[in-house]
Ligand binder design. Sequence first.
Ligand SMILES: Nc1ncnc2c1ncn2[C@@H]1O[C@H](COP(=O)(O)OP(=O)(O)OP(=O)(O)O)[C@@H](O)[C@H]1O
Length: 311
Amino acid sequence: MSEALVHIDQFRMDFGDKTVIRDLSFDVERGETFGFLGSNGSGKTTTIRALLGIYQPTAGTLHIDGKPFRPEDGGRLGYLPEERGLYKKEKVIDVMTYFGRLKGLDRHAAKTWSLEYLERVALADKAGVQLDKLSGGQQQKVQLGVTIMNDPELLILDEPTKGFDPVNRRLLMDIIDGQKTKGATVMMVTHQMEEVERLCDRVILLKNGTAEAYGTIDDIQNQYGGRIVRLKHSGPVPSSPRYTVTVNETNYSELSIADDADEADILRELVAAGVSVRSFTTTKISLEEIFIRVYGDQNRADAAALQMAEA
Ligand SMILES: Nc1ncnc2c1ncn2[C@@H]1O[C@H](COP(=O)(O)OP(=O)(O)OP(=O)(O)O)[C@@H](O)[C@H]1O
């Protein structure tokens, strides 16, 4: 069995007397796109920094390809950090060519690749422009290009599409997906559930520095209730062992279906109980809904704590 490309075991990170990560374990398998999810401040960037040796972990194992990451292995890694930053006073093509050479390409290959990439992301006319004359999104496109140049084996992307409009976000998703098709393993932080559903094979949801959920999207949907019914109706919805009512408004309800229940039986039961059903749709719980369930309570608790502190 080939071992996982990224292996994290019982990772703990303290900053002074504050524990930010506790007992975190997960793997990123070779060739997969892995979503690293969690609310703001849950410890995603800290974990990536510890994985790359920027932070010294308080405890635990963080391995890439069976060993701690060393800067000399950097050629096989493409890292897009949360904080962006390239040499802003230089021309786009010069910056890209420079980084290409650092990644082992010769000048001609680096320049050719960069020009093709700029064409692809609709920045061909900016090749000779100073980087700080580009918009924030345009600069991010350049930085993503630098990250994926020379097809690294492992891509670690911290919010790669942050701040992009929907058209450009889709373009960037295509580019990330293209790297996967070429064989890259991708570990990405994102708050965009649409991206997770489209790109990720497996995900981890981090909450308060530990894993709240970990697995394929299907696994996680099943863990959080699997199938749901969206019901437009009039008349009260009765309780039933076949479902749990999770949303209960005057004319709209959502029912979380029990594992062994059949949708058709539920519909018959509702009609028999006198509920006037205007629409009945079954679907899987979305990742967005799961995210709100997992982190909604935490945000409410944080807001209440803040109010108490301010009172
Ligand atoms: N160098 C540091 N010193 C002290 N505390 C830190 C340091 N770096 C991060 N933290 C704290 O660790 C916690 C996790 O931060 P981190 O940046 O890893 O979160 P995140 O999940 O990446 O958040 P976001 O989604 O907002 O980017 C936060 O409470 C943060 O204040």
